[in-house]
Design a binder for this molecule. Structure first.
Ligand SMILES: Nc1ncnc2c1ncn2[C@@H]1O[C@H](COP(=O)(O)OP(=O)(O)OP(=O)(O)O)[C@@H](O)[C@H]1O
Length: 371
């Protein structure tokens, strides 16, 4: 656990970067610091590895004051990932990743073997290890940055806007990858971003900061989106936070209508010989049937499917892509109240896979609902 105990930073020119932060960062979780530019996020992060020394208060790592540890020793237990990866341009990728193991005195062979293992862990082809950083895409470079930070298997990972220099699609992929890694590695992660979308996606807990590193709210993503502490936090979260909240809840507990229900009106669900949907057949021909997987997708995906469907009905599918039932838009939104608060959306690939496939809510009266 990382503890900020009244940690403050005042620069010699009189600028107060952080006024006095009290915060516990629990072990094994992702804690995200989010807030406007200049609110002190990077300063807070760097107080942990002593790249910034507090001018008042303390930072403790598992109860030990970091100021008592020699920086080099401290940093061996702390991975650090920054924007644009910060790789050494003249070293091959594999040697970039092997940097810390080499510093720890490992021989070249063992360090390279470890580097190869890590490149695989972050989803990079082994051949890329022979290239130089400039020969990789931005997203690949970020993966190398993560691999390098993980090389010595540090319990703590500091990540400072690590994905902000890549395009949105690559960024989503990297976020997924981080969640997958975290589900295996359970590091204590302190992650800085100015992007609230990224914060609610990645954080087990999100710390919304305002000027001088003051905490405006500390909450899990769902609570943050549904119950912002004040108007300032609500404004920072943006206008469509309700919709984004749908994106944090699993698409289960939706009351489904059976296929063939009168709500389909003149539309018929066309199936292939294997019983998999081909689309909605209506007066104007065959149209796509937007669908969702109850155990895998979020309520936002289900609502999107219902909005885009020519019938206004989202098609719920079993894990093997067979029709399970139909969800009206109202049923999707109603499920937001039905979903228990602890049933956060599946946040990792593994968690998704582990969830039962067809878990739509069955009504107690055995009515026309999915099973
Ligand atoms: N060396 C310095 N001397 C004076 N002021 C500084 C110094 N370094 C940072 N600051 C100020 O401290 C405040 C916090 O900076 P910090 O980099 O922690 O903010 P941030 O939230 O990470 O910002 P951003 O999102 O823009 O990266 C800012 O007002 C900044 O101008």
């Amino acid at each position: 656990m990382i503890t900020f105990d009244g940690a403050a930073k005042r620069h010699p020119d009189g600028t107060t970067a952080v006024r006095g932060l009290d915060l516990d960062v629990p072990a094994g979780q992702i804690t995200v610091l989010v807030g406007p530019s200049g609110c002190g996020k990077t300063t807070i992060l760097r107080m942990v590895n002593r790249m910034v020394e507090p001018t008042a208060g303390r930072v403790l790592l598992d109860g030990a004051d970091v100021s008592a540890l020699p920086p080099a020793q401290l940093r061996r237990g702390i991975g650090y990932v920054i924007q644009q990866a910060g790789l050494f341009p003249h070293r091959r990728v594999v040697d970039n990743v092997a940097t810390v193991p080499r510093l720890l005195g490992w021989d070249r062979r063992r360090a390279r073997a470890r580097a190869a293992e890590l490149l695989e862990l972050v989803g990079l082809e082994p051949e890329l290890g022979r290239r130089y950083p400039a020969q990789l895409s931005g997203g690949q470079q970020q993966r190398v940055g993560v691999a390098r930070a993980l090389a010595a298997d540090p319990p703590v990972l500091l990540m400072d806007e690590p994905f902000s220099a890549v395009d949105p699609l690559v960024r989503t992929g990297l976020q997924e990858e981080l969640l997958r890694l975290q589900s295996e590695l359970h590091k204590t992660v302190l992650f800085v971003t100015h992007d609230i979308e990224e914060a609610v996606r990645l954080g087990d807990r999100v710390v919304v900061l305002r000027k001088h590193g003051e905490i405006a709210q500390l909450a899990d993503p769902h609570t943050l989106l549904t119950r912002p502490a004040d108007d300032g936090v609500a404004a920072f979260l943006g206008r469509d936070r309700g919709l984004r909240g749908l994106g944090l809840r699993p698409a289960d507990h939706i009351e489904l209508l059976p296929v063939g229900h009168p709500a389909q009106h003149d539309w018929e669900l066309a199936l292939d010989p294997d019983g998999r949907p081909l689309g909605w057949r209506g007066p104007t021909g065959l149209h796509p049937a937007p669908s969702f997987h109850p155990g895998r997708d979020t309520l936002r995906t289900a609502l999107d499917a219902a909005v885009l469907s020519p019938t206004g009905l989202a098609l719920a599918l079993t894990p093997d892509h067979r029709p399970l039932g139909l969800a009206t838009r109202t049923a999707v939104v109603t499920a937001l109240d039905a979903a228990p608060p602890q049933a956060a959306a599946p946040r990792t690939v593994e968690a998704r896979a582990a969830l039962p496939g067809a878990v739509a809510h069955a009504s107690p009266d055995g009515g026309p609902h999915g099973r």
